[in-house]
Design a protein around this ligand. Structure first.
Ligand SMILES: [Zn+2]
Length: 379
């Protein structure tokens, strides 16, 4: 945009906008990109855009069977992205953090070699994360509890000036979809991430809905059958008992290691997809039942929150073709809101990369919210 069109859009004078833009250019957050097409009157203005040459954010992710790192620039460009398949269950926690530290340092080294300036780090984990303290309170699928995620990662990056935060992977996946996927068009959506467990996050008006504790989003433990199977969480008939990966494999009578959609190459998800592709009736029934159960749970969420879109991520993105129709059918029956307005059910655009992209984006959003975090020399 030109300075004049920014002034029009934000309702400040052109002089004020010019001075602010000058400051942001000095901080390396904006850069000039040629001239706007000639206006009828006056000189054509210089166009300014978010800079892809200075600040970057690092996202890291720990999951049950992989580690991931992603570096994003301010203009949304992916400058580094690596997924490292690695069994993190039943391994000493220290080894997992050491491997994540190595991965994080190589991402930072590559960014710095390109003269990019990392401004912070966000770590995604599959469990309950207390954002303020950076503690991972509980991650049942990893078998971890009360782990100081933020401190463990910060200690290994060898960059004491970098601010490290931690958050839940489902929240970050929704933010990834919001800032890097189609989220800006949807604005109000529920993002359901299925991997081994099932998490959800809600975006309302383009903002992630958060409680003060940062916990929540445990859609997988929404009880859809009060007399259903016992769940390790202490409740009964939790959604995860029907749509979680273990339940799907058992119902389809498939024998495979449970894993995430990118972690285990021949893991449960691929087997389910291949088996459904072949038309195996048990698998098709398991997936239809799961779609229906997801529709039931989504119906409750949609009635309460009235989103316009339900996004299926993780393994549900890979199994979307078999889940979507029964889900939609059930949703139409259950969600009163859906009788008055359309609720779209869509596949996640970013899939398994959503959480680590969201983590990197969240770091950069802190700079967008407060550009003074970056010094006038761009540091
Ligand atoms: Zn439960």
């Amino acid at each position: 945009m030109s300075r004049a069109s920014i002034a029009d859009a934000v309702g400040l004078t052109k002089a004020t906008v010019s001075s602010l833009v000058g400051e942001l250019i000095a901080r390396g957050l904006l850069s000039e990109r040629g001239r706007a097409p000639a206006a009828a009157v006056g000189r054509p203005g210089q166009l300014v855009a978010l800079s892809d040459e200075t600040v970057v954010g690092l996202g890291l992710e720990i999951n049950v069977d992989y580690l991931a790192a992603c570096v994003l620039d301010l203009a949304g460009g992916v400058r580094f992205e690596r997924f490292l398949r690695r069994e993190n269950r039943d391994t000493p926690i220290r080894d997992v953090f050491d491997a994540l530290g190595d991965l994080g340092r190589s991402a930072l080294n590559e960014a710095e070699a390109e003269r990019l300036i990392p401004v912070g780090v966000t770590v995604a984990a599959p469990g309950l994360v207390e954002v303020d303290s950076g503690m991972l309170l509980m991650a049942p699928n990893l078998g971890w509890s009360n782990t100081p995620l933020r401190t463990e990662v910060a200690n290994r990056l060898q960059r004491p000036h970098l601010y490290v935060t931690a958050d839940n992977e489902a929240n970050l996946a929704a933010l990834g979809e919001l800032w890097q996927g189609h989220g800006q068009e949807w604005r109000d959506f529920i993002h359901i991430s299925g991997e081994i467990g099932v998490g959800a996050a809600v975006v309302v008006g383009g903002e992630l809905l958060r409680s003060g504790s940062g916990l929540g989003g445990e859609l997988g433990h929404l009880s859809i059958d009060p007399n259903g199977a016992e769940c390790p969480c202490g409740s009964r008939g939790c959604l995860e008992r029907v749509v979680g990966q273990e339940a799907l494999l058992k119902r389809a009578r498939l024998d495979a290691e449970v894993g995430t959609s990118i972690g285990v190459p021949d893991g449960g998800v691929r087997l389910l997809a291949e088996s459904a592709e072949r038309g195996d009736q048990r698998t098709l029934d398991a997936l239809a039942e799961a779609g229906e159960a997801l529709g039931l749970a989504c119906g409750a969420a949609v009635n309460l929150l009235a989103p316009n879109t339900v996004v299926l991520g993780g393994i549900f993105a890979l199994l979307f073709d078999w889940l979507a129709d029964p889900l939609r059918e059930e949703l139409e029956k259950r969600a009163f809101v859906a009788k008055c307005s359309d609720v779209a059910v869509v596949r996640s655009e970013l899939g398994a990369a959503a959480a680590v992209r969201g983590a990197a984006s969240l770091t950069l959003r802190a700079v967008c919210a407060d550009p003074y975090l970056v010094g006038s020399s761009g540091r």
